[in-house]
Design a protein around this ligand. Structure first.
Ligand code: HEC
Length: 144
């Protein structure tokens, strides 16, 4: 009986896991050159995020705000403008995906404005707004 029960539990656990692993993300293929640009930008995003977390932890709020604005905020928009069309991710994204990206830039700028005031509690409370768009987009879209 015990063996049957644990076997059933194992099967259930597997079923739950399998349902988890099912990929419900929408495919949003980009031209190869645009994908290279996007992946490089993404790695830079992660780097910036890590720097911001470190700076906030160290109480360097103004610097955290500056990096947030420059690297993730509205100031970071349009930096691929001068690349060939095929290498620019934005214009090849479905509009809804693109607008998640825009929301992310605006959220980072809002965070930057809060950090610039030196309000430590407010800055810490606003930290999750930096990753909201990353999560939304990553859960909704894939390139392959
Ligand atoms: C508008 C959509 C969008 C937003 C916003 C976004 N990403 Fe991404 N990101 C993607 C897509 C699409 C991929 C590629 C997924 C795949 O392989 O199919 C990706 C891949 C990545 C990768 C892997 C890069 C590589 O070398 O392959 C990292 C790291 C990453 N994102 C970090 C972030 C972080 C951090 C943020 C937020 C600050 C963020 N992303 C916001 C769409 C987005």
């Amino acid at each position: 009986m015990k063996a049957i029960l644990s076997c059933a539990l194992l099967l259930m656990a597997y079923a739950v896991h399998a349902a988890d692993a099912e990929d419900a993300r929408l495919l949003a293929p980009l031209p190869p050159a645009a994908e290279v640009t996007l992946r490089a930008e993404m790695r830079a995003n992660l780097l910036a995020l890590n720097e911001i977390l470190g700076l906030v932890a160290a109480g360097k709020l103004q610097e955290a705000g500056q990096i947030a604005e420059q690297e993730l905020g509205v100031s970071a928009m349009g930096k691929h403008r001068n690349l060939p069309f095929e290498a620019r991710p934005g214009p090849h994204m479905p509009p809804a995906m693109h607008s998640i990206g825009m929301d992310g830039h605006r959220a980072a700028s809002k965070f930057a404005r809060i950090a610039a005031t030196g309000d430590r509690d407010g800055t810490i409370a606003a930290l999750p707004s930096l990753t909201g768009a990353c999560v939304s987009c990553h859960y909704a879209y894939r390139l392959r």
